[in-house]
Structure formats: structure tokens, C-alpha cells
Design a protein around this ligand. Structure first.
Ligand code: ZN
Length: 460
């Protein structure tokens, strides 16, 4: 039976309108003022916003590199439930092959992890961690399989490729109008800095950010964008964290390059003083790039406000504090890198962005949904409430308040970096392709997620 949402305000990246919305099956079928009931179930959403389901374009919901204790705390089942409970209805997860594995095999592995387990819709960025003729031949196959975006690394010895390999991969991706995102940090410099501090006996989490200063990121951003300029490829920068990196992006844009910038909530609401917490607390915030200075945070907010930053996703990659982060108790370089966040992004950005007046709700919709859908070839199936689109709808109550807590979160991890933070606004209920899957922060219907097939588009 169809459902008619009455009395709400529909918000897009462009505007807000007081209209009723009728959904039937998986789709939005009618919008307008004072729609007749017909045979629909009425859902009264007075006082609430109707928002398109949020999209998180950067998650590592499940990563198990075979070292047992180093597998992520969350998996697709728990991570996707945490996502949908607070309004994220689609994730683009980082499919990451092991060395020697084909992209096809990696895709199979990720399908096995997600299919039947995921409570949100999903697709993947395919990671390219080595470059050879057979990987090259698989780029086209990935596009044909609906995987139009790729990920590469300039840091992490087990994942990174050379500049020449990045150049060749870009050239191949360009042929098929694919999208590439890169983790920008100068891996050689990071290795040298880590070796230096460890040798000097400087091994607490305090030293983690000092091994990966903003120059290490900004140099890699600059180099990456120069390579992209040579190839003529529009590119994405994932988890951009610093003012100097944003300046490198501005230089590229000034020479007419198309560059997409993603940042993450942790760089907008946390800062590097957290590495100086008592005892080993700083380990909770060990991620790369690291948390930055207040001046970087301010530059990123300015970028969010003026459009230099295009999207906000989470880089969700959860490790327990006890038993996982503590592996690095005597050496920060052994602390697994990553933090949970897929659950908290909407409330954090609404609270710190919208209610503070920094950004409009429309801008938040662009950053968390519509512009992500457009960038990654899911629009208008996803990212907007309009006739014909998937009925992924978040009924957002702007008046609720809450406190983020490790004890009440759905993420399957023993801490949250945002513990104790007060929030305003939350998802009252969440619909995925027409089915109500969450209510008042709890999942009421699980494992309904499906793979979203994407087509590469020109002019990206
Ligand atoms: Zn990541």
C-alpha cells in the first residue's frame, strides 16, 4: 500500500517546499500540496523536514586483513545498522583487495560481505593497490560491473603505488569517465618521521600527528593534482584535513582543473589537542590524516560554507580501544588507524553546522546526500526527493536533543570519538526504498540493503 507523508517540509540542496509526498513500492510517485488520501496510509510529519536519505561515500564497514585482532570492530551487518538508524541509507564502501588479488575477486569478496547483511543500500570504490597489465584490463570490467569509482593511496606501504602507476591508472580511468579518489599523504616522509620518533623513544599517541603534519598531506595533494592535470582527469580528494591542502586545491582550480574535495566530521569538530589526553586516551583519535589544529578546522568550515569543500563523509573504520588500539600501547605506530563515525555524521553536521548558522539545511543536504549522488553517478535515483527517485526518506525532527555516547551507540565498537557531545535534531524515522527501516534511532527492519549499479557519466 502507498504511503502519504503530510505536513512536512521537503528539503533539497536548492530549496525547501511544503508539499505532501506519496510513495509506492520503492519509489516516490507524487508530490504536491494537499494531495488526496486515495488509498494511502497517512503519515503525519508536521513540524518535520523530509530529507533525502544521506549517503556516506567513504566507509570501511568491514576490513579484515587476515591478522585477526586487526579486523575492524564493525562489519557490514553492524555498521550498516548504525548507518540507517540515524538516516544514512546508502554507503560507498572501500573495497580493498589483498596483494596479488584481482579486482574481480575483491568485488566478489565485498559482495559476500554486504549481500544479505547490509541494512543500507551500498556500492563500492574499488581500491587499486598495485598496477600491472591485468589490473589495467580490469578497469573496464569494473565499470561494466557498475563500479565507476576507484581509490588509490600515496601512503601506507601495503596499499600505496608509485606516481608513475597513479599516472597510468588515471589514464585508464579517464578512458571510461570513471572517478578516482586518493588518500593524499607523502608515504616516504611519514615512514621517515615515524622511524625518527620511535628511535628517539617518543612513542606515545602524542607523536602520531607529528609524523603526519599538514605539509605531508599538502605536498601529496599538490603532486596528485599535478598528475591529474597531466592526464586531464577530474579527481576526488578523500578526507582532506588541512588549510594548506585546501590551498593546493585552490591553485589547481585556478588553472581550471575540476577537483572534488571530501572532508569528514572529525576534522570539523575535533582537533589535535585530543592526542594529549590522559594515559593512552589519545589512541582513540589515531587516524590518518590526523586531527588538525583549530586554524585548519576553521579553514575547512570556511571551505564547507563557500563551496571549496564538496562533500562530507566519514572514513568510518572502527577499532576497539581495548584489545585493538591498545596494541600500540608502547609504540604509537602500531595503533590501528581509524575511527568510527558512520552513525554520528548527520547529527554532528546538523548540530555544528546548521544550528550554529554556519550552513543552511539545504547546504547540508548537498554535502551529505545530493552532491555525493551526483559525483558518484547515483543521481537522481538517490540524493533527492522527487517523483521517480528511490523513496529513501529521512523524517528529520529538528527539535530533539541528545548526547552521543558509547553506551547507547549502535556501532559495534567500545568507544566513540564524540562521547558526551550534545546534539540537536535527529532522524525520527527512516525509509529505504519505501520501507520504514528505522524509528527513533533504532532499526525496525534490517538487512534490506541492495547493491546500487552505477553507470559512468561524461562531464564528471
Ligand atoms: Zn578511508
Amino acid at each position: 500500500m502507498s504511503i502519504l507523508f503530510k505536513g512536512g517540509t521537503v528539503v533539497s540542496a536548492k530549496d525547501r517546499r511544503q508539499v505532501d509526498v506519496r510513495i509506492d513500492g520503492e519509489k516516490i510517485i507524487e508530490m504536491g500540496t494537499n494531495l488526496k488520501t486515495k488509498d494511502s496510509n497517512i503519515v503525519d510529519v508536521s513540524g518535520c523536514f523530509l530529507l533525502p536519505g544521506f549517503i556516506d561515500a567513504h566507509t570501511h564497514l568491514e576490513l579484515n586483513n587476515g591478522k585477526g585482532s586487526m579486523g575492524t570492530a564493525d562489519n557490514f551487518y553492524t555498521g550498516s545498522k548504525a548507518a540507517v538508524a540515524k538516516g544514512t541509507t546508502t554507503v560507498i564502501d572501500m573495497a580493498t583487495p589483498s596483494k596479488g588479488s584481482s579486482l574481480k575477486d575483491c568485488l566478489k569478496v565485498w559482495d559476500q560481505l554486504a549481500r544479505g547483511n547490509s541494512s543500507c543500500d551500498y556500492t563500492y570504490h574499488m581500491s587499486i593497490i598495485e598496477w600491472n597489465p591485468s589490473i589495467k584490463a580490469e578497469i573496464n570490467e569494473m565499470i561494466d560491473a557498475g563500479i565507476t569509482s576507484f581509490k588509490m593511496y600515496m601512503a601506507y606501504d601495503n596499499l600505496r603505488t608509485t606516481d608513475g602507476e597513479i599516472f597510468e591508472a588515471m589514464s585508464e580511468i579517464r578512458k571510461f569517465q570513471g572517478m578516482l579518489g586518493i588518500h593524499c599523504e607523502n608515504g616516504d616522509m611519514v615512514n621517515k618521521m615515524i622511524a625518527k620518533f620511535v628511535a628517539e623513544g617518543k612513542r606515545s599517541p602524542h607523536y602520531h600527528p607529528l609524523t603526519r603534519p599538514d605539509s605531508v598531506e599538502a605536498e601529496a595533494v599538490e603532486r596528485y593534482l599535478m598528475i591529474a592535470d597531466l592526464v586531464g582527469l577530474s579527481v576526488n580528494i578523500v578526507h582532506l584535513s588541512s588549510k594548506r591542502s585546501l590551498e593546493a586545491v585552490q591553485r589547481a582550480r585556478a588553472r581550471n582543473q575540476k577537483v572534488y574535495v571530501e572532508t569528514c566530521p572529525q576534522y570539523l569538530v575535533l582537533d589535535d589537542h585530543l592526542y594529549d589526553g590522559p594515559e593512552f586516551e589519545g589512541a582513540k583519535y589515531v587516524c590518518s590524516p590526523p586531527l588538525r589544529k583549530i586554524s585548519d578546522q576553521k579553514a575547512l568550515w570556511d571551505g564547507v560554507i563557500n563551496g571549496q569543500v564538496n562533500t562530507i563523509s566519514t572514513d568510518h573504520c572502527s577499532f576497539n580501544f581495548e584489545g585493538q588500539k591498545t596494541i600500540g600501547k608502547d609504540d604509537f605506530s602500531k595503533i590501528p588507524n581509524g575511527m568510527p563515525g558512520v552513525e554520528t555524521r548527520p547529527e554532528l553536521i546538523y548540530t555544528y553546522g546548521v544550528t550554529t548558522g554556519k550552513i543552511s539545511l539545504e547546504r547540508m543536504i548537498g554535502l551529505l546526500s545530493e552532491d555525493i549522488a551526483k559525483q558518484f553517478s547515483m543521481y537522481p535515483q538517490k540524493g533527492i526527493i522527487q517523483v521517480g527517485s528511490d523513496a529513501d526518506i529521512v523524517v528529520w525532527d529538528p527539535n530533539t536533543t541528545g548526547i552521543i555516547s558509547a553506551t547507547t551507540q549502535l556501532q559495534n565498537v567500545d568507544y566513540t570519538p564524540y562521547d558526551g557531545m550534545q546534539t540537536t535534531g535527529s532522524a525520527k524515522s527512516v525509509y529505504l526504498r519505501g520501507q520504514k527501516i528505522a524509528e527513533e534511532g533504532q532499526v525496525v527492519l534490517e538487512k534490506q540493503g541492495k547493491f546500487i549499479f552505477r553507470k559512468s557519466t561524461k562531464n564528471n
